[in-house]
Ligand binder design. Structure first.
Ligand SMILES: [Zn+2]
Ligand SMILES: [Zn+2]
Ligand SMILES: [Zn+2]
Ligand SMILES: [Zn+2]
Length: 351
């Protein structure tokens, strides 16, 4: 029987004998970390290990193994390839860092993305983000002055300079504070108030009331002219008020507007409707105080809440206020019936 030349297996076996001479401490550390020490590596300070769970070989430092701080490069790469394919990205090869891949994004740009980035589906393209920022600024009439990694400096059409977080710009959720302030001042004036400053909560402001008191008010309450002074008896809320139902017609569109006021005429003129809008007062219910009128108005709104028209769409016509509580004209009869029931003291007439 002649001996065959040493096969690959035998070679490996002979090499594996060398592991016996390896530092037993490293062998134990490898076993503890779920690895098997294979031998030395050409990479300085590193050794070759076999991952017990998957069988792949990795090259890493014994100190990393000791801290159990290792990962299987082959498995990591497989994961990024698979995940990338699932997200519709074309895998081009290994990425800049280990465990990352080089991908062609749907936009056509090529980027290195890690497994973590892909898993969060945050494979946004910074090259495209640049364009999104400039598009977003343009859409709001801002011009870009400068931009760094986190912030954008831009100028509004009125010439005010603002600094925004890039994220807010991309989401299009930014505005010129100076311009917004002048809108708030305008809304305050038409409600007979003076705007003083912002409040802690973003949807509130500090206002000076006609009685001389200062009060924090909700901005939408100021816009709708629904506010009162807690200190003074002489509040608008103690004066007589009405709940009204209007039919508004602009060109071929009709809708109902339900509201309360202490002065219907000025209320209608504060909507900012187009000059060719036709307004008919369908019914008006008198109350001894605005407070009672407001309560009744809220009650009707809650009854018909589900049928309310989309405020955002009505903003086109109600350019200043009154866009929030509008209804289709198909509800005319039902709402008038509610009014009549209230007038005659009947309480339950709901359909
Ligand atoms: Zn592996
Ligand atoms: Zn891109
Ligand atoms: Zn501005
Ligand atoms: Zn007061």
């Amino acid at each position: 029987m002649t001996l065959a030349p040493a096969s690959k297996k035998q070679e490996q076996f002979l090499n594996s004998d060398a592991t016996i001479t390896l530092n037993p401490k490293h062998v134990i550390e490898a076993t503890t970390a779920g690895l098997e020490l294979v031998g030395d590596s050409e990479k300085r300070g590193c050794k070759r290990y076999k991952v017990v769970s998957c069988g792949h070989e990795i090259i890493t430092q014994p100190s990393h193994v000791r801290r159990n701080h290792w990962s299987c490069t082959t498995c990591d790469t497989n994961k990024v390839v698979q995940l990338g394919a699932k997200l519709g990205l074309e895998y081009l090869g290994p990425g800049i860092r280990s465990g990352s891949g080089l991908y062609k994004l749907p936009c056509g740009h090529v980027k290195s993305k890690s497994y973590q980035q892909l898993r969060k589906e945050s494979f946004s393209c910074d090259s495209c983000a640049e364009k999104t920022v400039s598009d977003s600024l343009n859409s709001k009439g801002f011009s870009l002055l400068s931009k760094n990694k986190s912030q954008t400096v831009a100028m509004c059409t009125a010439g005010h300079v603002s600094r925004f977080n890039n994220g807010a710009v991309v989401r299009c959720s930014f505005e010129c504070k100076s311009c917004v302030r002048s809108v708030w001042e305008q809304q305050a004036l038409s409600a007979g108030l003076v705007y003083l400053s912002s409040a802690k909560s973003g949807n509130r402001g500090l206002y000076k009331l006609p009685c001389g008191c200062s009060k924090e008010l909700r901005r939408d309450h100021v816009r709708e002219n629904v506010w009162c002074c807690d200190n003074c008896d002489d509040t608008r809320f103690n004066r007589p008020g009405v709940v009204y139902l209007l039919q508004i017609t602009v060109e071929s569109l009709h809708w109902l507007k339900l509201g309360f006021s202490n002065n219907l005429k000025t209320r209608i003129s504060s909507y900012g409707l187009p000059s060719d809008a036709h307004i008919s007062v369908l019914t008006v219910l008198d109350f001894e105080t605005c407070r009672e009128a407001l309560l009744y108005e809220k009650q009707i709104h809650s009854t018909f809440k589900s049928k309310r028209l989309n405020p955002a769409a009505l903003r086109k016509y109600h350019t200043v206020s009154g866009h929030t509580e509008c209804y289709p004209t198909s509800l005319t009869e039902s709402i008038i019936r509610e009014f009549n029931a209230k007038r005659t003291g009947d309480t339950c007439t709901r359909q």
